[in-house]
Structure formats: structure tokens, C-alpha cells
Design a binder for this molecule. Structure first.
Ligand SMILES: Cc1cc2nc3c(=O)[nH]c(=O)nc-3n(C[C@H](O)[C@H](O)[C@H](O)COP(=O)(O)OP(=O)(O)OC[C@H]3O[C@@H](n4cnc5c(N)ncnc54)[C@H](O)[C@@H]3O)c2cc1C
Length: 380
């Protein structure tokens, strides 16, 4: 078997185990399936229960509290959690991209300090990349870190920082040298513990009235020199690797799959028109094709590859699909989205409609991803 390959019976057994757990949780009323649950389904107890079962930090080495398993096994676990709309937002960022980043770039102290907590579902992280004037053009970040050998002083503003209000730490991208004209040079990353007396976290309300992300202001916040993550000045290279983990997972096409499952349940119960059957078939076929592409990304990541172009394709096609799915089901079902007072399906539909605009923006917009694809194909 090649590196990264896992016997089918091992994967089936793992999938069965996760499904059994989720069925029990649902029967106990521990959670209610939601769309976009990896972004907004915050439940620290649920995250802890996953950690106890060894389903977080799956690819992390055992010596740091991980499970030492493969990216494909992680794919199976995350796929089931997402498809069931389980509340995984609390640990999502930490488990998806911060554990691998700290493993790749962190000091031994940082690895021992953060990875075990991430793997047990008790330490949550935020991503400190975007700024008011630096989104797609990330290299123009202005947040500055000034060092004196013992400490770093952080000044600047980050925005759209998902979960900063509940995170135990943030990985921050800041300029340590040069000016914004130097672009990719002179950037560094830091692991900043939260909360911090000189870091202000202000909630930003989204269209559904909830506040999952924040504006984060650093008022000359002082952190120890040991907060530097990786090599000073290598922040751009490091952040690009982090983004590969952020962009490549199954959450980039499965955010609204719980809606498809809920609708399928209704059609089974009440019967389907030929038109509804056609819509269901088309959506299922698209989801299946995306799944094969996403699995390939997981396999390549595990084999030590850098599947940036394939990951960009999955995110571009996948994030478009998860929005198209909502419109298709809304049209085919004829249901009215209702945030409150309706059925579970109408509530999920309302949630999906309100979340759709974010799908093709978060984690890098589709225009930017298409640029990466064009470059990968040698067209730029
Ligand atoms: C729900 C959600 C959660 C988020 N969470 C986080 C988080 O936790 N941490 C974090 O750091 N950031 C986060 N973000 C921010 C996200 O990464 C940015 O919104 C995204 O990178 C786009 O940046 P911008 O919003 O500044 O838009 P802009 O960069 O201003 O882009 C505006 C429009 O112009 C287009 N555009 C820009 N440049 C080009 C170009 N060169 N070619 C073609 N078109 C272009 C874009 O595609 C877009 O349509 C989140 C965003 C959302 C929606």
C-alpha cells in the first residue's frame, strides 16, 4: 500500500464508529443538525467529546497528543460531522490549520503547549490574517510587530476574525520588517494568547443577526519573544502553507449538505415529483464528483505534496456548489425560508439562504482562487 493509503475496512469501521456516535448524540438531543455548522455551530462540550474519542488532532503525532493517523482518515471523520450538521465550529480552525502550522513551524515548547489541547478539543484558535485594507491582497497587511529581543509589541487591526471572542489563541500575520511596499518580505507569524488586556475584540454582526466574527484591535499589545511562530521574515511562505490546509477540506463543498439530507428525508416521506427527483439526482452527482476531488487533495496532502491548484479548484467549484444547492432546493421544494416559527427544514433553508453570500468569500474569494488555478495551468 502506498504512503497515505488506508485499507478500506479500516475506513469503513471508522465511518461506522462516527455515525454510531452521531446517531446517539442526535437521539440524546445533544445537537440539532444545522447548515454551515463548522462556521457557526459553537459547542465546546461537543468538541471535547470528539477529542475524547480521538477524532481531533487525527494527523498529529502521538507524542503531541495526536492520533498519528492519515489525512484520509481525518477526511472520513470530518465528512461525517459536516454531513450531519454537527456543531464543530469551536475546534474547527485549530484542528484544521493551526495544529499542522504549529507542527511545521513551531518551537518544541509551542508544539507541547498547543497541540495536545487542540487534539483534546479544549484549545480553540482564531485566524489573524485579514485587515480592513488587506483581504485578497494579503501581502499589504499593516499590523506591525516591533521587537526588543525580549518582547514584541503588536499594533494594528484585524477584521473578520472568526471566533476570536471564544478563542484561546490567534495566529497573527504581522509586519516585522520593511514597509507595505516590501509586500511578501518582512512578514512574520505569532501565536498570541487570548484574551489579552491590550487586545480589543469587537463583535461584527452578520446578516442573520449573529456575531461569529470580530474586529480585533491591537493597542501596542506586548507578547513574549517566544510568541514568534517559525522564522522571522518567513511569514508569507508559512501563511501560504496554512492557507493550503484552510482551503482544501470537505467543508468547502459540504456546508449545506445537511439541507440536502433534510430535503431528501422529506421527499422520502411525502414522495417526489419527477422534477424534484431530477434536482436531487443532479445535486447528488455534483456532490459525489466534488468528493472525489476533495479526497484526492487529502491523499496528496498526506503524501507530502502541495496540491494548491487542485485545492483551489475544489474550493472554487465546491463553494459555488454549496450555494447553488440552496437555490435549487428552494426552487424545487417551493418552501418558504423561516428563521423562526417554521419547520426544521424551513429554518435550515433560511439559515442556508443567509449564509450563502459568504461561501465564495471566506478563505479567499473565488476570483483569487481562479488566479491560482490559471497560474498553476501556466496561463499567467
Ligand atoms: C464568513 C467569513 C469569515 C471570515 N473569517 C476570517 C478569519 O477568521 N480570519 C481572517 O483573517 N479573515 C477572515 N475572513 C476574511 C476573508 O478572508 C476575506 O473576506 C477575503 O479574503 C476577501 O477579502 P476582502 O473581504 O477584503 O475583499 P476584497 O479583497 O476587497 O475583494 C472585494 C472583491 O474584489 C475582488 N478582487 C479583489 N482582488 C482581485 C483581483 N486581484 N482579481 C480579481 N478580483 C479581485 C474579490 O474577489 C472580491 O469579489 C472571513 C470572511 C468571511 C466572509
Amino acid at each position: 500500500m502506498s504512503r497515505g493509503a488506508v485499507a478500506d475496512d479500516v475506513l469503513h469501521a471508522l465511518r461506522d464508529e462516527v455515525r454510531t456516535f452521531l446517531r446517539t448524540e442526535l437521539a440524546d438531543g445533544a445537537f440539532r443538525p444545522d447548515v454551515d455548522s463548522w462556521m457557526t455551530g459553537f459547542d465546546p462540550d461537543f468538541s471535547r467529546r470528539l477529542g475524547e474519542r480521538g477524532w481531533l488532532g487525527l494527523t498529529m503525532p502521538v507524542e503531541y497528543g495526536g492520533q498519528g493517523r492519515t489525512a484520509v482518515e481525518r477526511f472520513v471523520v470530518t465528512e461525517e460531522l459536516l454531513a450531519h450538521g454537527a456543531p464543530v465550529a469551536a475546534h474547527w480552525i485549530a484542528d484544521r490549520q493551526m495544529a499542522p502550522s504549529i507542527l511545521a513551524n513551531g518551537t518544541e515548547t509551542q508544539k507541547r503547549r498547543y497541540i495536545p489541547g487542540i487534539s483534546s478539543g479544549t484549545v480553540f484558535f482564531a485566524i489573524g490574517m485579514s485587515e480592513p485594507d488587506a483581504g485578497s491582497d494579503l501581502a499589504s497587511v499593516r499590523t506591525r510587530a516591533t521587537g526588543n529581543g525580549d518582547t514584541w509589541s503588536l499594533r494594528g487591526t484585524k477584521v473578520w476574525t472568526t471566533g476570536a471572542h471564544i478563542a484561546h489563541a490567534m495566529v497573527l500575520l504581522a509586519r516585522t520588517d520593511g514597509s507595505t511596499e516590501d509586500r511578501r518580505e518582512g512578514l512574520s507569524q505569532f501565536v498570541v494568547d487570548l484574551p489579552h488586556p491590550d487586545i480589543e475584540i469587537r463583535p461584527l454582526a452578520s446578516i442573520d443577526g449573529e456575531a461569529h466574527f470580530n474586529e480585533v484591535i491591537f493597542h501596542d499589545a506586548v507578547v513574549d519573544s517566544s510568541a514568534l511562530l517559525g522564522v522571522r521574515g518567513q511569514g508569507w511562505r508559512q501563511v501560504m502553507s496554512e492557507l493550503a490546509f484552510e482551503r482544501s477540506g470537505p467543508e468547502r463543498y459540504l456546508s449545506t449538505l445537511p439541507l440536502l439530507r433534510a430535503w431528501t428525508g422529506l421527499l422520502r416521506e411525502h414522495g417526489a415529483t419527477p422534477e424534484q427527483r431530477r434536482t436531487l439526482g443532479e445535486l447528488t452527482a455534483q456532490a459525489w464528483a466534488l468528493r472525489q476531488m476533495s479526497l484526492q487533495v487529502a491523499r496528496e496532502l498526506h503524501a507530502g505534496g502541495e496540491p494548491d491548484v487542485l485545492a483551489a479548484m475544489v474550493k472554487d467549484l465546491g463553494s459555488t456548489f454549496e450555494g447553488d444547492l440552496v437555490s435549487a432546493i428552494r426552487d424545487a421544494s417551493g418552501a418558504i425560508p423561516r428563521r423562526t416559527g417554521g419547520t426544521d427544514f424551513e429554518r435550515m433553508l433560511a439559515q442556508a439562504v443567509l449564509h450563502t453570500p459568504a461561501f465564495t468569500l471566506r478563505g479567499g474569494t473565488n476570483e483569487i482562487l481562479r488566479g491560482i488555478i490559471a497560474r498553476g495551468l501556466g496561463m499567467r
